[in-house]
Every structure is written in C-alpha cells, then in structure tokens.
Design a protein around this ligand. Structure first.
Ligand code: TPP
Ligand code: MG
Length: 809
C-alpha cells in the first residue's frame, strides 16, 4: 500500500493531483492528505487554546501547552498516521506534540469529542502522552525528554528477544518522534551506542529538526555531527530537507547558488524569516547574498519568494513519504530521519525564537478557524464522512485497528525454592542461587530474562548465565575456557548484557516489563545494578514504572556495609527512593529464606500482572515493580531458623511478606515487668541489632528484635489506614502488618544501613518515642566495623540508642 501511495503522490510532484479519490478504497491524493493535515493543525492548536481560554480553572495558574511544538510535527504525524503506519507499528510521540496525537486519534474515531477541550484537566487529556492515563491508546509515555526516544529502541530489542525465544510475531516498526533538542540528552547516545541495540532494522527515529529548543534558536547547527554519530553507530541516516518547490528551484538557473546560500545561512537568520512579511523576507534573505541569488530572487514575486525559501521537506507530505519508504528498505539497521521543520508551522508564531510556550490570541484563533472554513459551531467536527478526507480517515481507522493482546499463559511461581543456608550467607549470593533454582523449574524458566549493565558477574548472576546463556541474535563462538563462567552467546540465551549504562538498564527493564503489551509476550524480567547507581538510572527507573512496566531489580551491594569500596560506591538514600517511588515495592531482607519467599512472591505478582490477571489479593495495590536492596555481607542464618522454629513457616512467611516479623521475641520478659524496647533493623545490620538485644537483655531490658523486610509495605499499610481515617473522618487503627509485630507502645530504635530518615516514621506510626540510627553522611573506606562505628550502627551505639529511647517515654 505504501509503495502505491508514494507512487501516486510522487506522480504529482510539482502539482496537486488532478483526480480526487471518491471512495475509501482508493488511496488518497496529496490534496486529501493536505486537507487532513490542515485539520490536524487546527484541532491541535484549538485543543491547547481551549485548555487555556475556554476553561475557568479558578486558581490563576496558567494551564499552558505547546502550540508551536505541536505545529512542528503536524505534517510528519499526518504522513505517519494517514499514509504510512500499519496496525502492529508502535510510536513514541515527542512530549509536546501530545495535542497532535490526540487530534489524530479523534479524527480516526478513537477518541471521544468530549475530551478535546480537556487537555491538562483532571481526568482529561494528559499534557504529555501517557500510557496509563490517556483515554486513547498510547504506546509509549513521554515527558522527560530523551527517554521517550530511547524507549522504542529497547522495545525493538525486546521484540527481537521475544521473536527468537517464542517465535516471530507480525512485524512492528518502532518509531520515535523526537524533538531536535532531545539529542542533547546523554541517554539518547547511551541507547544508540549500546551493543544490545545493534542492527535493529525495525527502528525509525524521526527528528523534528526545527532548530529550536525551549529557550532559543539553536546556534550553529550540529546536524552534520549528529549524522556522523548515527552513521558511526551503524544507523542508516536520511534527510527530508527541501520541499518539492525548493528542489525544483535548485534545478533552475541560479538554483545551485540559491541552495548554497540557504545551506550556509546561520540558523538565527534563517529562522528570523518566518516571522516577517513577504517584502521583509526578500530584504533579509538577500542581505549579503551573491549576485546569482539576487538575480534568482528578482524573477520571483514577494509572496512566492517568502513561501519558496521556507519550503522545508518536513512539511511536504510527498517528500516525507518518499523518504520514509526509502528508510524502510534498510531492514538491517536502525534508521534516523532528520525532518527539517518549522516550529509553529502554519501559525503566526512560526519560527519566533520565543514561541515555545506562546499561545495564539483569540483573534488569531478566529482567523485560523476562518481560513479552514470552520465556524464556532463546526470547529470540533470530525472530517465529513461524505468527503474523500472523511472516508480516508475511516479507512485508516480500520487499517490501524488493534485487537487487544490475548492474555498470556499463567506462569506458576512457587512460594519459594527451598533454599538451604546452613552457613553464613549474604542476600546477594542467595539471590543468585534462587535464580538458578528458578531456572531449573520448567514452568518458570522460559519466561525469566536477566539483564545487567556490565555487573552481571559481580552481582551473582553468573550461575544463571552459566545455565541459560547470554542472548545474541546470532550464535557467537566463545574463545574462553573459564570453568567458573561460561559466556555462551546465542539466540536462546536468557541474559541480556548491556554496556555500563544504568539508564539503559532501566529502559530495557521497562520494555521487558511491557512485552506483554507491546509484543504480546509476558516475561519475568530481573535486572541487577550496584545499588548506588540506581540513582544514575533513576529517571529511566521512574519512566519505566510510570509507563506501567513490571519487573524486578536488585540493587546490590548497598550501603556502607560495602565497606572497603568507599564513598562513591556506598548508597544511602536509595532506601528512601525505593519506599517513596509509586508503583515500586521496596524490599530489603536480611536472611536467605526470607529473600526466597519475597523474591518468589514478587515474581508471582509480576507474572500475574504481566499475564493481564488481577494482582493477587494479598498484594492488592502492588501491581508494579519490585526493588530488592541486597548486600554482600554474609550473616549467620541461625537466628532466622530460630524464628522459624518459634513461629512456624505459615505465620512467619505471612509476616515476612507483610513487611516485618519478630526475629527475637522478648514479650515474655516484658510481661514479667522488664522495660520493653523494640529494635527494628533492616538488612545487613541485623547481627549488630541481635548483639545489642542480647546486651540489653543482660541489663534486664526486654528488647524485641524486629526484622523489617519491607519498610515500604509497612509504610503503605500505615498510610492506607491513616488516609482511610482522613477520608471517612474516623479514628485510624494501627494496621495488621504493624500490630502483629509491635504489640506494645514501647519505645523503638530503628537501625538501617541507609539514611536514618528512611525508617524514622516508625515512631509516629506506633505512637512511641523513637531513635533512628542510619547513615547520614557520605561513605568512606574502612572495615564494616569501622564504618558501623563511625555511623553509630555498632552494637554499643544501638544499646545507647535503646536507653535513650526508653528515657524519652
Ligand atoms: C529531561 C527534561 N529536561 C527539560 C525539559 C523541559 N523541556 C521541555 S521541551 C524542552 C525543549 C525541547 O526542545 P525540542 O526537543 O527541540 O522540542 P521542540 O519544542 O523544539 O519541538 C525542554 C528543555 C523536559 N521536558 N525534560
Ligand atoms: Mg526543537
């Protein structure tokens, strides 16, 4: 269809097609597409205008929206949605073009009219395309510039993986519409450079090259440099630069000089032409021009000249479709198309250096409405179904219709892998062993896929990799005979190795976690990263969970427990990040069996969500991702075994999953009259907490040790009951997850190898005096004992903290 379409249009290169189609079966002529393009421009502009002028928000806060940024992409998006895309294709739309996207969905019949005046309203159209909140189907959320561009690249990498493991699906092209200033973001180049994205022939990036960013006209175009960077990374590079009229002019006498003159003109001068009246365009364009150019210009009248010299291919549908078809021929590598556009195209604010947030005035809107032959009564109408444009829109709606993904197979995850730990073991090592066990389970193994940014072996993924291999589209010969690590690469491998880019890690995890939707294949994605560098990928982490992706990530090793490594490798604020991130459940177990139960529980929830099932009842509200904070400190597992013997597996497992259990229970001593205190520790510090509890017991103090396995689940349980109280104006109770473990209102000491703030809310939750110990300084090198002492995490400090807490009663 596309080839025929281009042939049809390119046959009319220099003139509008004489014959108009009369029914939806026929492909449209250029004039039909241009009519649709004008309507898209109108609706996108009016959507922003209505948000700002038709609604009384009563709060005095400017609503905003981006008429100029939107106009810049109107032609490209008209070409895509009305002539190029097929149903399986997936598109990421530049954040500020969301009004164009919604205008198109409306014209296609996929969005109710009632939404059009509701851009940026509560429950209305989102400012930036959102997978989870927009009413029309959005493939990729965008907003934080750069990330929406990279996401389709990783989605294509995931499709390559899915096709290799589960059989090919109908071909999807993964397309990103990118603002040119987005190329300033480092994550773009991290994504392009990563070997995991090599040779993805179904990827197409279209750069909206309007030579403007938010603040300014970008001086000295860097396009040549960008093109070289893409070429060096193995991409096919294409340009849509001059429209057909300029191309024709270049063939006339003086044409080559005209072309050289435009090419050499500084951006600031070229952009300034857009805001001028035709006579002034001539004066400025010819200022300093060589004779040949002046002579050429003398042969053209003012109006023609002004429109000719600003005739860019990014607004020339025929040229755009030709270049798109040309990109399609390069199936062996990704393509990038630089489309020269005008920010504010077709609007009075075109090319104005300050147009990023500019809005048309009421008079300008009325003028535009009039130019389209619309009235206030008809301005929101769809294309008339009796016209060729309306019929073509209906045909495209059919062509692009998607059927909802079939629910995937239910992956049955066991409660645990029965990990045994008779000797001291660290959670990081246990994590590696649990994954190996799961890889032996034929019901689970096919769906597991691990990934790491060059830290797979140092985060204990080697066992998994040895069994499952490393993914590569082609089988590669291995030249190493390492008996400990087999690095076998081929299409059946289930570990995807990334270069050192935590941004790429979280972008890939996000797309693996959306494979059920974008590739119709549920997966169980598991990533590892050094915990301090979670923050290096944080924007992509947020992006991925905001997009609704479900995955498991382990941040390991963490905290000052990674003692000799020193400050830059010792995480402190990551626990708070994990607790606070919506749609992420933060888990920090200390013991191997607890980790086993928690990891299997997390994978079960990911599997259920990714198969399109309801979240499991006990994890309601948790249909998100899981962040495990782990350590390399091996600790004695006996205390956990004792808790197991005392409570039994059923109760203990329930409490571990709920977020806390009693590792040492001193309730009997408290009942006998000993002053009671709770020592609530999380993660690697539990041995010090246990020692402190024993010392306190010697002093006659009943110290109950609580192992906080998930501060996040405890906090959420507390908040849920509080909010319930607030909303219903009733007295909130203490939630079960806390009530079962903290039975008394005794003082509490929190102990955490993380910022003390992360657990300090516990005192408020329990209504008890609290002292919070944690790491509130940058790390430094030393032994574990040195650093625990330096941060008051040693047993002696915990004892003192308990005495202080008791004195606060
Ligand atoms: C990570 C991030 N930083 C800053 C912004 C604020 N911002 C929004 S648009 C923009 C400029 C975008 O320019 P460009 O990509 O060229 O888009 P245009 O509006 O020109 O189409 C900036 C800085 C953002 N959205 N995301
Ligand atoms: Mg721009």
């Amino acid at each position: 269809m596309i080839v025929g379409m281009v042939a049809d249009i390119s046959g009319a290169r220099d003139a509008r097609p004489a014959v108009q189609p009369t029914s939806a079966e026929q492909e449209p002529g250029l004039a039909v597409l241009e009519e649709i393009e004008r309507r898209v421009l109108w609706l996108a502009t009016r959507i922003v205008d209505a948000a700002n002028h038709d609604r009384d928000t009563k709060d005095g806060v400017k609503v905003g929206g981006h008429e100029a940024s939107s106009a810049s992409l109107v032609s490209v998006m008209t070409a895509l949605y009305f002539a190029y895309l097929d149903a399986p294709d997936r598109v990421s739309v530049k954040p500020h073009a969301s009004p164009v996207y919604h205008a198109i969905q409306y014209l296609l019949g996929n969005l109710d009219r009632g939404y059009l005046p509701r851009l940026r309203a509560f429950g209305g159209l989102q400012s930036y395309p959102s997978r989870t909140k927009d009413p029309d189907r959005v493939d990729f959320s965008t907003g934080s510039v750069g990330l929406g561009a990279a996401a389709p690249l990783f989605a294509a990498a995931v499709r390559r993986y899915v096709d290799a493991h589960f059989g090919p699906r109908p071909r999807s092209r993964y397309i990103a519409l990118i603002g040119d200033a987005e190329l300033d973001e480092g994550n773009i180049w991290e994504a392009v450079a990563d070997p995991a994205t090599d040779g993805l022939g179904d990827v197409l990036w279209i750069v909206d090259l309007n030579r403007q960013s938010l603040d300014r006209v970008v001086p000295g175009m860097r396009i040549a440099q960008w093109e070289q960077q893409f070429t060096a990374a193995g991409w096919h590079v294409a340009e849509a630069k001059y429209g057909r009229r300029l191309q024709a002019a270049f063939g006339q006498p003086g044409g080559p000089a005209l072309r050289d003159w435009i090419d050499a003109m500084p951006n600031e001068q070229y952009q300034s032409l857009f805001g001028l009246d035709p006579a002034a365009v001539r004066a400025r364009f010819c200022d300093g021009a060589p004779d040949e150019v002046i002579q050429f210009c003398q042969r053209v009248n003012d109006d023609e000249l002004a429109s000719l010299v600003t005739d860019l291919a990014g607004h020339d549908l025929a040229t755009l479709l030709e270049v798109l078809a040309e990109c399609d021929k390069h199936r062996d590598r990704p393509s990038v198309l630089f489309a020269y556009t005008i920010k504010g195209w077709g609007l009075p604010i075109a090319g104005n250096p300050r147009n990023h947030s500019a809005l048309l005035t009421e008079a300008q809107i009325a003028d535009l409405r009039g130019q389209l032959g619309l009235t206030e009564a008809t301005e929101w109408d769809r294309l008339d179904p009796m016209t060729p444009a309306g019929q073509w829109a209906a045909a495209r709606r059919e062509h692009l219709a998607r059927h909802p993904a079939e629910p995937g197979p239910a992956v049955s995850i066991p409660d645990g892998t029965d990990i045994r730990a008779s000797r001291p073991i660290a959670t990081q090592e246990a994590f590696g062993r649990i994954l190996v066990e799961l890889s032996r389970n034929p019901a689970v193994a096919p769906y597991l896929v691990t990934t790491a940014p060059d830290v797979a072996t140092s985060t204990n993924l080697a066992g998994f990799i040895n069994r499952m291999g490393v993914f590569s589209p082609d089988t590669r010969r291995s030249w190493t005979d390492d008996p400990v690590l087999k690095w076998t690469e081929g299409p059946s491998g289930q570990h995807i190795e990334l270069g050192i880019s935590e941004m790429n890690l979280f972008l890939l995890l996000g797309q693996l976690g959306l494979a059920w939707d974008l590739s119709g294949q549920p997966l169980l994605p598991v990533g590892t990263v050094y915990d301090p560098f979670v923050l290096r990928g944080l924007d992509a982490f947020i992006y991925s969970v905001y997009s609704g992706a479900r995955f498991v990530v382990a941040g390991t090793p963490s905290g000052v427990t990674l003692a000799p490594e020193g400050g830059a490798h010792q995480s402190t604020i990551t626990a708070s990040v994990g607790i606070e991130l919506p749609s992420v459940t933060f888990i920090e177990p200390a013991y191997a069996v607890a980790l086993d139960w928690l990891l299997c529980g997390a994978l079960r929830s990911v599997a259920a969500a990714n198969a399109g099932e309801q979240a499991l009842p006990q994890q309601a509200g948790e249909a998100g991702s899981y962040y495990f904070r782990l350590t390399t400190r091996a600790i004695d597992q006996q205390p956990f075994q004792q808790a197991r013997d005392r409570l039994g597996d059923a109760i203990l497992r329930r409490q571990v999953l709920a977020g806390a259990y009693r590792l040492v229970d001193a309730e009997a001593a408290a009942r006998d009259g000993a002053p009671a205190v709770y020592l609530a520790g999380s993660g690697a510090v539990l041995p010090e907490v246990l020692t402190a509890a024993a010392e306190l017991a010697d002093e006659g103090i009943a110290a109950t040790v609580v192992d906080v396995t998930s501060a996040d689940r405890l906090y959420r349980a507390w908040q849920r009951t509080l909010r319930q109280g607030v909303r219903t104006a009733t007295t909130p109770s203490i939630p079960g997850a806390l009530r079962n473990v903290f039975t008394d209102r005794a003082p509490v000491v929190t102990v955490h190898d993380a910022a003390s703030h992360a657990l300090s809310w516990l005192g408020s939750a329990l209504g008890a005096p609290a002292v919070s110990l944690g790491v509130d300084a940058f790390g430094q090198s030393g032994t574990v004992a040195d650093l625990y002492r330096a941060n008051d995490l040693d047993a002696g400090s915990i004892v003192n903290a308990a005495l202080a807490a008791l004195s606060l009663r």
